[in-house]
Write a new protein. Sequence first.
Length: 301
Amino acid sequence: MIQDANTLSMWREQLWSTYVRLESKSDARDFYGRVVEFIPGTHSLSLVDSTSQLTERTRHHVRTDHQEVVLVAFQLAGQGFVTQDDRESRTIPGQFVFYESGRPYSLSFEGPFKQLVLRVNRDKFLSRLPGLGNLTARTFEARHGCGAVALDFLRSLAARGSGICDAQLALMERVASDLVAGSILSLTTAVSPRRAVFERLRTRIIEEVRDPCFDSLDMATIAGMSSRSLRRLCAENGTSPGQLILQTRLQGVKDDLSTGTNAKRTVSDIALSWGFNDMSHFNHSFKAAYGIPPSRMRISN
């Protein structure tokens, strides 16, 4: 058993501070563990280097820690087992898997291992992978194709993360999550014509939502379809017209708060520039989406 209980306790606290609340235990006699974060001021990209253990996020953790994130783990050495949503997958070097913080999961390792972990906002990931819940705890290939491109980018980002300025950070994080989502899509099913229509619409409304009067009727006009068809299109992609407008506005505010060039602008000014005209509604929606108030988002970046 672990000779120094403090070592495991410190390890658990390190995992909490970087990822989400969870429990970790091990019977390794010479337990060790370290987390290396590559982008200062964020928990976006990190290396986990440790030995045999069982790590679990229980229903209690989910109830007490409301972070809504997706953790994408690229296996670099050793092997691991991920369990979520009644699925279990084994990952070996050259493969990756992802899991969500909003539901219980477990990670088990029978010996030394290393993983490169990308931490992304769930809503952002969901907008690219509407079938997210059906893809957790599944193994994906990272030795060739799109998965290899995603891993190469993450390794490059890890090597250069300390030199990335605030103005570039949001863009780099977006590229990283887009590459991972794209590789998953390429390994599951081709993008359908309907999905392509949705992606084009999502891009076209980014600037339109800055108008506080912009609504689902305006969106239907831009899409060239009836309100009913628009609702069906959004439902197929895991959202609704109203939610899509809100998500786009919130993402715009978050990106601006993460950009150093906006450091002198007030949070209210940024929110107003993205179409919000009710600060109480904005603050509530932002905290619900990202787990912290917008003022702390700026501080954390």
